[in-house]
Design a protein around this ligand. Structure first.
Ligand code: IVH
Length: 677
């Protein structure tokens, strides 16, 4: 049997690229039949191999050669019309024709499938968009995904799409889970995610997963010049493409299709949470480029959120890592669009006050996709007797320091957020900072999740980020004895220490983000990493950046970083307690340079300034284009500038460039240099 299998594998690998599809399908069928007999999992061998072990080890990480970004959302007709108008304006199209694809937005999880010379070689989840998890073995068990593309031999093609589970399969899976006394999945998306992220591919194989292709990542050549053309090619290659995908010529056309699909939604057999509109012409997509993490050439039009009525039992106050006091409504559990909801956000103090929300009230809760459920209405006519107006606390519920609303320097008004002033003594803030530090998009320390951090903090084992890296050493000296604490056996302790070791060396941008400074999210962390290059110069500059100083001006002038961030950085780096912690931390870990987005363009990594009137590009477009080629666009000329692109009428920036001896080129030369003819 093994011999037969080996022979079939060889036939499968070697089948001439142009072999008749029928021939290929026969080989594929025979392989699968043999697989069932020898015990290798495919979906055809279902129930036989379902052993429900929980995932324990790690998936290997895969860096996406082209990042997997997300989409901006719109909810109303007006916003769809605005989107179309914005695209037209950006491209300077006037009334010229412009086509969009219309695609259902599948509610599953996105996945990137890499084909080399037509053979499936690798699959990765989206992860944080830059790095995902290696799910190759699991994707191999999804019948619908071809191991070999029909008729395509391009060197590299990364197909992107959504892995999902049908309603029917979801119901059957949950019925089986129930029978086995296992936890039920909340919805098909969670079930699909749970099934794909199984370390044992046998489990994935026992769970029927499906796939719809909707795009691509790295591609050595594209088979068409339009989105629709590429999707049709993917379909010819043997990949499933959603049959409801179509083309639209105008916003009204898009809205009509949206309404039609909304009416069909319940009978599709799988979940969609809206539709996606994409500019069809790929050359125009490239001109439009991206803003931050979403394309300018596409948008998701989401279905309206779902609502339900329930009782508000209690208002809890949570303290975040920056000390913000956030009110959370604890609700009598209620099902909203298939998901059980037991808490919801109440936004802030003013909102509670304005709407006079009280404990004991009947309220309407709304849930839209992944967004935290919100209390959107108080049913005053159902208000029980004896409720009291809610008094927002003026002290931190955890450390009892005063909680204040700062004055906004610009407007002179009170900020909406009330903050605990006990930053260095407040355990709630310390715990939240640690959770953020270890979290996936920050230091990404596997196995050090919220629960573990709470436990270690309470036991005094980890109080600051640097404590994480001395944990093993202290444990070995028997100072902590983690083993046999709740949830910690031999293996989990070993895994935890290994995960911590693995993060002793991290990219600088992740580290900056992990510090959890106010106003420094992932995008600003990247900007700072790119600008300063090494951590010490960021630290020194921010430390010196008192108002009015040269250092403050330098931070201020970083593109996309403004005075608010500059002030926050200074506040953080000038604080002696933070300085001590940074010293301790940097003794434990090494910082790597920020990983560059794969690019071989001659301007990648360069800092470019555009000035004067541009004739072939709008200013937005020039910036978007430069960023796509891996360059960084700055607003003003400085020693850090590598290249100035000057159009007619350029003035002071051109002069400054000449003084500093910086290369100046014309707009046409920019096109030649970036290989655009
Ligand atoms: S395009 C840069 N098309 O929605 C373009 N996404 O909110 C990125 N999704 O991460 C995505 N159906 O998981 C695109 N037809 C479709 C989609 C789709 C579902 C998911 C995908 C993406 C998320 C963005």
């Amino acid at each position: 049997m093994q011999e037969l299998k080996a022979e079939l594998d060889r036939a499968y690998e070697n089948a001439a690229p142009l072999a008749e599809d029928v021939e290929f399908d026969v080989i594929k069928f025979l392989r699968r039949a043999v697989d069932v007999l020898v015990g290798k999992p495919t979906q055809a061998s279902l129930l036989v191999f379902d052993v429900g072990a929980a995932p324990s080890e790690k998936f290997k990480k895969i860096r996406h050669s082209v990042p997997m970004l997300s989409l901006g959302n719109v909810f109303s007709d007006e916003e769809v019309r605005d989107f179309v108008a914005r695209v037209r304006r950006f491209l300077g199209l006037g009334d010229g024709s412009l086509r969009f694809t219309f695609e259902p937005k599948i509610d599953g999880l996105s996945c990137s499938l890499r084909y080399e010379k037509g053979h499936f070689v690798r699959a990765a989840t989206r992860g944080d968009g830059y790095e995902g998890e290696d799910v190759t073995a699991n994707i191999r068990t999804v019948d619908e995904i071809p191991q070999r593309l029909h008729g395509d031999h391009s060197d590299v093609l990364e197909v992107r799409g959504e892995v999902y589970m049908t309603h029917k399969d979801f119901a059957a899976l949950n019925a089986r889970q129930k029978e086995l006394g296992k936890t039920l999945f909340a919805n098909p998306r969670n079930a699909a995610a749970g099934s794909l992220r199984q370390l044992d591919p046998k489990i994935t194989a026992s769970r029927p997963l499906h796939f719809f292709a909707y795009g691509w990542g790295e591609a050595s050549a594209l088979p068409a010049q339009t989105q629709m053309g590429v999707l049709e090619a993917l379909r010819r290659y043997g990949l499933p493409v959603n049959p409801l995908t179509t083309l639209c010529e105008s916003a009204e056309d898009m809205l009509a299709h949206y309404r039609a699909i909304e009416a069909q939604r319940a009978t599709l057999g799988y979940d969609i949470d809206g539709v996606v509109y994409k500019v069809d012409d790929i050359a125009l997509q490239e001109r439009l480029g991206f803003v931050s993490r979403a394309p300018r050439w596409a948008v998701a039009h989401k279905f309206p959120a779902e609502r339900a009525t329930t009782r508000l039992l209690k208002i809890d106050i949570q303290v975040g890592r920056t000390g913000a006091l956030t009110p959370v409504a604890r609700l009598e559990p209620v099902t909203v669009g298939g998901v059980v909801v037991s808490s919801a956000t109440l936004h802030n103090e003013d909102e509670i006050d304005r709407r006079d929300v009280r404990e004991g009230d009947w309220i309407v809760v709304q849930r839209a996709g992944d967004v935290i459920p919100q209390v959107i209405e108080v049913l005053k006519d159902r208000r029980p007797k004896n409720t009291k107006r809610y008094k927002f606390p003026h002290e931190c519920p955890i450390c009892h320091s005063a909680a204040l609303r700062e004055l906004d320097a610009k407007t002179g008004k009170q900020e909406v957020v009330r903050r605990c002033t006990g930053s260095l003594v407040c355990p709630a803030q310390a715990i939240e900072r640690l959770k953020h530090f270890a979290s996936r998009n920050a230091m990404d320390i596997e196995g050090l999740g919220d629960k573990q951090i709470e436990l270690f903090f309470q036991e005094g084992l980890i109080r600051t980020p640097s404590d994480i890296f001395t944990l093993e050493e202290r444990d070995r000296a028997s100072l902590t004895k983690i083993k046999n604490r709740e949830g910690f056996g031999e293996t989990s302790v070993r895994n935890l220490f290994a995960a911590i070791e693995a993060r002793r060396s991290v990219p600088i941008n992740r580290f900056i983000f992990a510090l959890g400074m106010r106003h420094v999210g992932e995008t600003n962390a990247r900007r700072l990493a790119r600008h300063f290059g090494d951590f010490e110069s960021l630290r020194e500059t921010a430390h010196d950046a008192v108002p009015g100083s040269e250092a403050r001006a330098r931070i201020d002038s970083i593109d996309g970083v403004g005075p608010v961030v500059a002030e926050a950085l200074h506040d953080f780096f000038a604080e002696p307690h933070n300085e001590r912690e940074l010293d301790a931390l940097l003794k434990q870990i090494t910082l790597e340079p920020m990983p560059a987005v794969a690019s071989t363009s001659p301007v990648s990594g360069k800092t470019v300034v555009f000035t004067g009137a541009l004739e072939r590009l709008t200013r937005d477009e020039a910036k978007a284009q430069a960023e796509r080629f891996g360059a960084h666009v700055a607003a003003s000329v400085s020693k850090k500038t590598d290249l100035v692109v000057a159009g007619p009428g350029a003035g002071s920036k051109l002069k400054k460039a000449a003084e500093l001896g910086i290369e100046v080129i014309s707009e046409d030369e920019w096109f030649t240099r970036t290989g655009q003819g």
